[in-house]
Ligand binder design. Structure first.
Ligand code: 5GP
Length: 113
């Protein structure tokens, strides 16, 4: 299997602005930001999309959410941000390696498009 784009970033084969990294996940700046703060929280384990996650992924998925909380605090986002997971091409997913978008720094309207 060829590597996903995000695996190549995790393996440092493609450059990215890395905000945080541990043994489970990496956080990078989105290359095409949709808000003043637009980060991607990416598990190192390749789960193509959330629909493919299993009970074995509970710890990884929980870890991603707690990273979102910690990063938002560190960046001083005033507890104001939105997390987005696009699941499947029809929902806007373009990279099939699960990731959480963290958006902040502008009004976030509801419902999203
Ligand atoms: P999706 O559409 O799958 O939910 O989100 C994929 C995201 O990856 C998009 O917001 C897109 O801008 C971002 N992206 C695509 N290619 C790259 C890249 O090479 N580097 C970084 N940092 N982000 C990328």
């Amino acid at each position: 299997m060829s590597k996903t784009l995000f695996e190549k970033i995790i393996d440092k084969e493609i450059p990215a602005e890395i905000i945080f990294e541990d043994e489970i996940a990496i956080v990078i700046k989105d290359i095409n930001p949709q808000a003043p703060t637009h980060l991607l929280i990416i598990p190192k384990k390749v789960i193509p999309k959330l629909s493919d996650a299993t009970d074995n992924d509970k710890d990884v998925l929980g870890h991603l959410m707690l990273i979102a909380k910690d990063i938002s605090n560190q960046l001083g986002l005033d507890e104001t941000f939105r997390l987005v997971v696009n699941n499947g091409a029809k929902a806007g997913q373009s990279v099939f390696h699960l990731h959480i978008h963290l958006l902040s720094g502008r009004p976030l309207n509801w419902p999203p498009g």
